[in-house]
Design a protein. Structure first.
Length: 292
């Protein structure tokens, strides 16, 4: 990271949910690196929920609840130890808390409480057909919280901190314009070169005819950017470009849309997060705790 030239502050408060796994440790290290560059603070949250078996008698439920309350007291100490072991005593972490709730709900509640600018969280790598399944906590949070989210996968992925090469995939949408801004920020934070990728699709409204001109119109003063244009299915080409170019961070814009009372993301965003082997920063068009 270039310690002499701090990037223009965009993030002041970063939320990092952890589950004590290597995956969340990688996310916490990434959150701390970004926070140091930005002069930001990191809040760490761990979530778990109490549930007694249906066949327990009331007296057994009471006993289990008492044990649970003792566990929560110890969990706060364990969480503080996890943070100290992962990022050291001089980290940017300023708050740790244990929340009694399912993970996705706990993250959404903490977002409402703390109003962070960015979420950084681990997403567990899966191989084979399981990579096509819905339901991971990361995907639930992506659908439910309209904030930039950096998904860090450990195990199947390459996690390089600081990032050495940044890829930003764009089309002519508000989300992509904001993604370009944050990709530029990450490049300055880590002193990493930036490549801007556009995947052309015939007869698509958000296609970009002149990528060089589009970059100049949407990111004034951005110099030294490599440009790449491909043809094909966007998610396939984004994942392939990230792998072939050995990028350490991929940035994509995301559009939340309401369907049948629920929020959905484009399959390009979902497939990129699932299959990209490097961390992926997903950027919505406008920032708010709840999608509109």
């Amino acid at each position: 990271m270039n310690q002499n030239a701090k990037a223009t502050s965009v993030f002041e408060k970063i939320l990092c949910p952890v589950d004590f796994s290597d995956c969340s440790a990688g996310a916490l290290r990434y959150a701390d690196a970004l926070a140091r560059c930005q002069g930001a603070s990191v809040a760490v949250v761990h979530a778990d929920s109490f549930s007694a078996p249906a066949y327990f008698r009331p007296s057994q439920v009471d006993q289990l609840r008492a044990q649970w309350e003792r566990w929560k007291t110890g969990a706060k100490d364990a969480l503080e130890d996890f943070v100290a072991t992962t990022v050291g005593p001089q980290s940017s972490v300023t708050a740790v808390q244990v929340v009694e709730a399912a993970a996705a709900q706990a993250i959404a509640d903490t977002v409402q409480e703390l109003k962070p600018d960015l979420i950084v969280m681990g997403t567990h790598g899966r191989a084979g057909v399981k990579r096509f399944l819905l339901g991971s906590v990361t995907e639930q949070v992506l659908r439910g919280v309209n904030l930039p989210l950096l998904a860090v996968r450990v195990g199947l992925s390459r996690v390089q901190i600081p990032a050495r090469h940044v890829l930003c995939a764009v089309n002519d949408s508000p989300a992509s314009k904001r993604a370009l801004n944050l990709a530029s920020l990450a490049g300055r934070c880590f002193n990493a070169p930036l490549t801007v990728l556009h995947v052309r699709q015939p007869k698509v409204a958000d296609d970009i005819e002149d990528l060089h001109a589009w970059i100049g119109q949407n990111q004034e003063g951005l110099c030294g950017v490599r440009e790449e244009v491909r043809d094909g299915e966007p998610a396939t080409e984004i994942v392939a470009a990230a792998l072939e170019g050995e990028y350490d961070l991929t940035v994509v814009g995301a559009r939340h849309r309401r369907f049948a009372g629920a929020m959905v993301l484009s399959m390009t965003t979902v497939r990129t997060v699932r299959h990209c082997l490097c961390p992926v920063l997903v950027v919505p068009a406008a920032q708010s705790a709840n999608p509109d």
